[in-house]
Design a protein around this ligand. Structure first.
Ligand SMILES: [Zn+2]
Length: 569
């Protein structure tokens, strides 16, 4: 007797091997059997015409705060994701005592666009150390599985207080930080993360705490994981600029770190139209590190990294005079103002006089506008038309055209502004690199700026079904087994008897992201972008049905996934 049998589906098991027809029997949270099954089950899922595959694993999220108010992990869970890794880029909520939580939130607020009022209202702070944070996540009822890194900014702030934002660590600071890293990894932290990028700033324009660390501090903290023989190191990379010497210096340090400590090193990488080949040496470095005895792998995205903008959130012109006044108004009044030809002329005129570049944008804040790279999101997947293209065809000014397009959808029209990965040939080349992992949703962060929880359903709809760039077998392997293996998520990422029953059942002809929406459903009514998907019939986590036709069943079967040392303790 099984708990669940998935009957007559087509198995794509995560290994990359060819699909086959079979039933899947699930019992006690695990896959019990795969084959032609004759036993009965408490629940039968009819999967004829559907693919049955492992749940998707996303290793680059920021759900550290969200897990406490949104236990099923939206929007990721709507795209077939059953396990996530959080705490990336140096941002975690521990170690930190409740009295200091504002300092940790300062690290998160602007860098990751998570409203402090949402964190304030949505988190019951019940920890100080990282092991206590893990216990708190473990106690919290959850829909999907969560593994957690400890973040350098939190750690530094915990040990150094306000000094974390302006000083180098002294030797006492350093030994205290090393002690905390050791305790975290022993308790089951999946690793340790840091950020050295100028994109990560506090609301008052200062670097987040981890950026004050010198390289020796980073080396020593990563070294602790090497001594312990566990943990992955994730880094939001240094701003090398385009100076070959500085790039080489940084690459050399990364390689030495991986080789000397034995700790797997990972970072995200994008291509950019401003420096089309910048990414290449970073991929070469993974092979060179491997030859020298280190391990390194790269997190890549599956499409352009887009800002998703609308009048409901931000437009590229919000800081300009005239615009600022209008944008303060309630949406209905903005709409009325935009329909007034005189106001409209003034708005268009303002953009000619004062370009948006006078404000230095960081992270996922809107950039100055090039209308060739501002797209109308009138469907979930590309191709998208640019505002320039539409304006040219209509013989109109692009700003006027932008306003027109927004008005036509009651100001709810979304526009896409790519920050990186504009060249889709580069995107494919990166996805195909043997040491890359397709994972970079940033889910839980940039909640009103980007919407990349759908990057995995984009792979299955755009690259597999529409473009035939990958077989379904290859794509599923990229999204399930590869991330699970790189981050050491034990017994996940393949359909095998004895492995965790994280399973999705989907229609390969229908699976796709839907258009996003804007909602105010975060704690304290904070806003966020939301995006669901079509084609997912059933999402099973640890042997229980979490989502049926992508609706939550009420089950909360998720687990905290601890790193290997916790299991040994
Ligand atoms: Zn991140």
């Amino acid at each position: 007797m099984y708990d669940i049998i998935i009957r007559n589906g087509t198995i794509v098991d995560g290994s990359g091997m060819p699909r086959f027809r079979a039933d899947v029997g699930i019992a006690g949270g695990k896959i019990a059997a795969i084959g032609r099954l004759h036993e009965s089950a408490r629940e039968t899922i009819e999967a004829d015409g559907h693919i049955v595959s492992p749940g998707i694993n996303d290793a680059h999220t920021h759900m550290d705060a969200q897990v406490f108010w949104d236990p099923i992990g939206t929007c990721s869970c709507w795209h077939g994701i059953t396990s996530v890794v959080m705490g990336n880029c140096g941002f975690s909520l521990a170690p930190c005592a409740e009295k200091d939580k504002l300092l940790v939130m300062r690290n998160l607020e602007r860098a990751e666009d998570i409203a402090p009022e949402a964190m304030e209202a949505g988190i019951k702070w019940s920890w100080e150390t990282f092991p206590q944070y893990l216990d708190a996540v473990e106690r919290t009822p959850k829909g999907i599985n969560y593994a957690a890194y400890m973040g350098h900014s939190a750690l530094r702030t915990y040990v150094m207080g306000e000094r974390a934002f302006d000083s180098e660590a002294n030797s006492e600071d350093l030994s205290a930080m090393k002690r905390e890293v050791r305790a975290a990894v022993r308790a089951g932290a999946i690793g340790f993360t840091t950020s050295r990028t100028r994109n990560h700033q506090t609301p008052d324009g200062h670097p987040v705490a981890s950026r004050l660390a010198n390289w020796d501090e980073v080396r020593q903290l990563v070294g602790v994981m090497g001594e312990e023989g566990a943990g992955v190191f994730e880094i939001a990379g240094e701003d090398t600029g385009f100076d070959p010497e500085r790039i080489k210096n940084y690459l050399d340090r990364l390689k030495a770190l991986a080789v000397d400590t034995g700790v797997p090193v990972t970072y995200g990488m994008f291509s950019s139209r401003r420096a089309p080949d910048y990414w290449r040496p970073f991929f070469k470095l993974t092979d060179e590190s491997s030859q020298a005895g280190g391990k390194m792998f790269i997190q890549v995205h599956s499409r352009s990294l887009n800002l998703v903008m609308s009048f409901e959130t931000v437009t590229p012109f919000d800081r300009m005079p005239v615009w600022r006044e209008i944008r303060k108004l309630p949406l209905a009044e903005q709409e009325a103002a935009l329909r007034n030809p005189e106001t409209r002329r003034a708005l268009v005129q303002a953009t000619k006089e004062n370009d948006a570049r006078n404000h230095e944008a960081v992270g996922a804040e809107p950039r100055g506008v090039n209308f060739k790279y501002l797209y109308v999101m009138d469907q979930p997947n590309p191709p998208f038309r640019s505002v320039q293209e539409i304006a040219d065809a209509a013989g109109k000014d692009p700003v006027d055209c932008f306003i027109e397009l927004a008005l036509a959808k009651g100001l709810k029209q979304f526009f896409l502004q790519p920050l990186a990965n504009e060249n889709q040939d580069h995107v494919l080349e990166m996805m195909r690199h043997p040491r890359s992992v397709v994972t970079f949703s940033d889910s839980g962060a940039h909640v009103s700026q980007i919407m990349d929880s759908s990057l995995q359903t984009h792979v299955l709809s755009h690259w597999v079904r529409d473009k035939h760039e990958f077989s379904l077998e290859e794509a599923i392997r990229m999204l399930t087994f590869v991330p699970a293996s790189n981050w050491g998520l034990q017994n996940r990422g393949l359909l095998r008897p004895g492995w965790a029953a994280d399973v999705i059942v989907f229609d390969p002809e229908k699976i796709a992201p839907m258009l996003p929406t804007l909602d105010h459903d975060l704690p304290a009514g904070a806003r966020r972008l939301k995006q669901k998907a079509t084609g997912l019939k059933t999402t099973i986590v640890n042997g229980q049905v979490l989502l049926k036709n992508n609706e939550h069943t009420g089950a909360l079967p998720g687990q905290l996934l601890r790193g290997p040392l916790a299991a040994r303790a």
